[in-house]
Design a binder for this molecule. Structure first.
Ligand code: 16G
Length: 246
């Protein structure tokens, strides 16, 4: 049973912060479920006898943290919990989503053969005169945009991929089946970034909303690089867990 807490107006903890914690606890405790509408600013301010500005501050921060979301002209709702990806095993987006019970999908934004950028050439250990397949995809979970992946692959090793569309397909499965390539390990960095206007539109977020920029180089046996990917993951829908052993 959830016991309603009281706001302590005399204490040192700011009032907005107490309200924010209370809302967060109700979401985390499952009392308010994903896509439930939470009480309005007016209702919360009347219930707790606090100003609407204070309520707004609590809600704004919860929206920024991806715990709530707003629908213009409708109200404020509970967001779905973030998708949590472990960082111990080399997996593909498709198998990761399937394992979690989500429907994976992808839209190919473009696929073409180009000379490698300096970064891609370095990661894939190519010369400037070599060519790469440049594949930009929007990745979806249950039809909702999750990430933009900009993938570079050495043309020499992956040319069979050019025969077919990769729409809604797993690149890793295709690399195995069509090109007979076994991926064995990857190096990945994660940092905060901001999408440009086009990227934000594809992801369905605002331009100033932070995203997770993930750079991955994937290798075959004998440390032969096969894939260099720059991905922008929605930070409001995704988190990563790292497991560490002593
Ligand atoms: C993941 C990888 C990405 C890889 C893709 C293949 C991260 C951050 N990125 O999204 O580098 O290209 O899987 O997925 O994990 P697919 O086989 O479903 O196309």
């Amino acid at each position: 049973m959830y016991t309603e807490k009281k706001i302590d107006k005399e204490g040192v903890v700011p009032i907005y912060y107490q309200l924010k914690t209370m809302i967060k606890e109700q979401v985390e405790g499952g009392r308010w479920k994903p896509d439930d509408m939470i009480p309005s600013e007016r209702e919360l301010s009347e219930k707790y006898k606090i100003s609407r500005a204070t309520v707004r501050q609590a809600i704004n921060e919860l929206v920024q943290e991806g715990i709530l979301y707003r629908k213009r002209g409708m109200g404020t709702y509970v967001a779905k919990p973030k998708i949590n990806q472990g960082l111990t095993k080399l997996t593909s987006f498709t198998s990761d989503m399937q394992r979690r019970g989500h429907k994976p999908g992808s839209k190919v934004l473009h696929m073409k053969v180009v000379p490698p950028s300096k970064k891609a050439a370095e990661a894939l250990m190519l010369d400037a005169e070599d060519e790469v397949v440049e594949l930009f995809r929007l990745r979806l979970a249950d039809d909702e945009p999750m990430a933009i992946e900009k993938t570079f692959l050495p043309l020499e090793k992956v040319s069979p991929l050019l025969n077919d569309s990769l729409e809604n397909k797993s690149l890793y499965a295709e690399l195995k089946e069509k090109c007979n390539l076994d991926l064995v390990q990857a190096t990945q960095t994660i940092e905060i970034s901001y999408p440009d206007q086009t990227e934000a539109q594809f992801l369905g977020i605002r331009e100033n909303e932070p995203v997770l920029l993930i750079e991955r180089t994937t290798f075959l046996e004998n440390s032969i690089p096969i894939e260099y990917v720059c991905s922008l993951y929605r930070a409001d829908r995704y988190k990563f867990t790292i497991e560490m052993k002593a």
